[in-house]
Design a protein around this ligand. Structure first.
Ligand SMILES: [Mg+2]
Length: 411
């Protein structure tokens, strides 16, 4: 039996929440990002009107202001975005327990087994669309298809406030003429390569010899070829499903022994980048951090602590790891190797409880910054942005793979 999968994508999410909370902004060019003084801050989201004026997500504020001088800038309110995201998920849960969030504003729903109760996928999409509007006050675009990748593609095809079906019987007609980068998994870097080989549309990609793609793009080549052909078997997770992976860690033996706190900080920062990246790929967050320190007399010491908020943010993990190090390690011998692990993992689709004792906005800002950096890396390569600390000699060999000791490695 063909599956029925919905992908619900709330339109211009951050900006729409701001306008809903402050209706005087309605109909005006609004962008979420930094403060007024922060000319070099980045635009995180924009309203339809700002979009029409040429404002783009990811660009710096002064550039956006040049294109749209009357742009109204509002600082992000993450607690609100999380709150309304949870409210939307609560509505989705009325139709199925197989709901898998993708960021705050997007969600997959497998409604294959809900048809007897609620009618066809299209019916369910109509109900959800209406309820998000009346109960929350936001609009959502919904894609309906037989797999996750096409459902997501469908939600991109018409927006705002629209429903698009991509049927099994005619998906070739509907999507094969679209540019290859409309497909999930084809980022700017991959798209550039595909163009070089004259693979311009999703159809071109589907008809390319898979062995060629595998040779050129590795495992990702096969994946996008399958997806272009409608062969995505990816399952929609059950909401809050637990994950079998226990820890994600990254460790290294340094080129020279470390002799000061600042050297330890740089290495932790470098190691955490990889840990954060893997957590992201596996859609996990850590509720704790563990560090293992081996001094040059080869004695191991192990320390761990809980985090105020679960996260996959590399900088935050490094920072907390370093704090733990300073509190726990007594410098008697130089350090030979260091490992940092993300522990007490959970799915990144679980809602996070904001508490009064720790500043969530600090972490939220770091997470946003990292999102922006990931975007830049994907687009322009790794060298475009990295922590200034890592420009100094960090006593790690440049090409580190042979030296990596990955405890709890998960791929
Ligand atoms: Mg959206």
């Amino acid at each position: 039996m063909k599956r029925v999968i919905l992908h619900c994508d709330m339109n211009a999410y951050y900006a729409s929440v701001e306008i809903m909370l402050n209706p005087s902004l309605k109909g005006k060019p609004v962008a979420v990002g930094g403060s007024k003084e922060d000319r070099n801050g980045i635009i995180l989201a924009k309203s339809q009107e700002a979009k029409m004026a040429g404002v783009k997500t990811g660009e710096v504020i002064w550039q956006a202001k040049q294109k749209c001088p009357n742009l109204i800038l509002v600082p992000p309110q993450y607690d609100q975005y999380i709150l309304y995201s949870k409210k939307a998920q609560k509505i989705y849960l009325d139709y199925t327990d197989q709901i898998e969030p993708f960021g705050l504003d997007e969600c997959w729903l497998d409604v294959t087994n809900s048809k007897n109760l609620f009618g066809s996928g299209l019916n369910i999409a109509h109900m959800i669309n209406k309820r998000i509007k009346t109960e929350i006050g936001l609009t959502v675009s919904i894609g309906i298809s037989f797999n996750k990748v096409f459902a997501k593609l469908g939600s991109d095809l018409k927006k705002p406030d629209a429903i698009t079906i991509i049927d099994y019987d005619q998906f070739e007609d509907v999507i094969w003429h679209l540019p290859a980068n409309a497909l999930l998994g084809v980022g700017p870097a991959t798209n550039k390569k595909l163009k070089k080989w004259n693979i311009l549309t999703i159809g071109d990609l589907a008809k390319t010899e898979p062995s060629f793609l595998q040779k050129k793009l590795g495992i990702n080549g096969i994946k996008i070829w399958k997806w272009a052909n409608g062969l995505d078997e990816g399952r929609v997770r059950v909401y809050g499903e637990s994950f079998p992976i226990k820890t994600v860690g990254h460790g290294i033996t340094t080129k020279e022994d470390l002799t000061s706190n600042i050297e330890v900080w740089r290495v932790l920062l470098a190691l955490s980048e990889e840990v954060g990246k893997r957590l992201r790929i596996h859609r996990l967050r850590a509720r704790g951090v563990n560090i293992n320190v081996r001094s040059n007399d080869l004695i191991h010491r192990d320390f761990q602590t809980f985090l105020p908020y679960p996260t996959h943010n590399a900088y935050y993990l490094a920072e907390r790891g370093f704090l733990l190090f300073k509190e726990s390690y007594v410098w008697s011998k130089p350090i030979r190797s260091l490992t940092i692990r993300a522990i007490y993992l959970e799915n990144d689709n679980l809602p996070r409880q904001i508490n009064l004792f720790s500043d969530f906005s600090y972490l939220a800002n770091l997470e946003n910054l990292e999102d922006a950096i990931f975007y830049l890396h994907e687009r322009y390569g790794k060298k475009i942005a990295y922590p200034a600390r890592l420009m100094e000699d960090i006593k790690i060999a440049k090409e580190i793979p042979p030296e990596i000791k990955p405890p709890g490695i998960i791929w």
